[in-house]
Design a protein around this ligand. Sequence first.
Ligand code: PGA
Ligand code: ZN
Length: 424
Amino acid sequence: TIEGIVAREILDSRGNPTVEVEIGLDDGTIARAAVPSGASTGAFEAVELRDGVKDRYNGKGVENAVANIEDRIVEQLLGYEASEQRLIDQKLLDIDGTADKSELGANAILGVSLAVAKAAASSAELSLFRYLGGPNAHLLPVPMMNILNGGAHADSNVDVQEFMIAPIGAPTFRDALRSGAEVYHALKAVLKKKGLSTGLGDEGGFAPDLPSNAAALDLIAEAVQAAGYQLGTDIVLALDVAATEFYKDGSYVFESAQKSADEMVNYYAKLAEAYPIVSIEDPLAEDDWAGWSAMTASLGSKLQIVGDDLFVTNPQRIARGIAESAANAVLVKVNQIGSLTETFDAVELAHRNGFRTMMSHRSGETEDTTIADLAVATGSGQIKTGAPARSERVAKYNQLLRIEEELADAARYAGAGAFPRYRS
Ligand code: PGA
Ligand code: ZN
């Protein structure tokens, strides 16, 4: 039974304020959760409440969200069993009363929602992934490691936001993580040798200035080989283009030229022929539904096409994407929709309709590792949580190591089966 809730303002990995929530139960259980924050946010995401007081954290304070928890949520939740997740989340939505969670703030609601789940798991003496996923949760996700950052996450000239490696050939998650870390270090050496910057972007990947987006893939290919792996079998590639960021007045301003949706699709087709790319996220802008359907019609049988800004983890937008065959996979971010229940609903809707899911961090993160457990609980088969470096990223990968260890012989690594092109 929920006995008390405390909220506070803490810092995220970019040094910006975010919400942390602690929940105490009558059996002595105390659980804590923290809320992540994006930079290349979708226009249709639930509202992250910021104070807007200019002389505090440049307006980014979250004291109002914290106050909303303490003044408007706590009293309403006292006496609930922490295991009543759906009822509690529904109660939070009712108190808020808006479609976009702008009254209480999605950051307030999500902090409470996640802390409730962790308290319930802890009270039941279960790991979070077992509590959320039940006895059959056993699939370890492929880590989609973002080792080269561009777009809104870097100060470089590179348009594509994320260049990811996916170690699909490894037998276990632990081996996958090792190969990713080895490639990451090899990439650093390659950049150094070429006199390129080894400074990091927001998600821990390197962020050099480069002549083209393909040049980033060439550097990664070189690093994979230098680390002793085979590109295309051991390790494959994935992109998050985050195209909404460079969509201006109906065209894509990409590599210093204006391109139509068709031209972008042709570009991706060529890129996927030249490199072993298995997944492209946000290849087109969040409003360009026709472009997405054209992309999926032409490349969807070979590539995973992932909607992030397009779907914003929102079941209504995912339903439209299913109806219009606008993609074949959903990026899942708990703070885009703002509660655990709605996150589960989004995943379930996707899976029931043959869409894959990729559990995801935000570019602004904390030490909270909930998404690692969520990836295993939902059987997503894929997680993206940044480079295999920097503690707020590595915390999630380390939690997956612990989960794999706990599952022992029952654990199965998703590997190549996670992607259409490599399905055997
Ligand atoms: P964001 O980036 O957290 O800044 O939105 C992550 C992504 O686009 O997937
Ligand atoms: Zn994205």
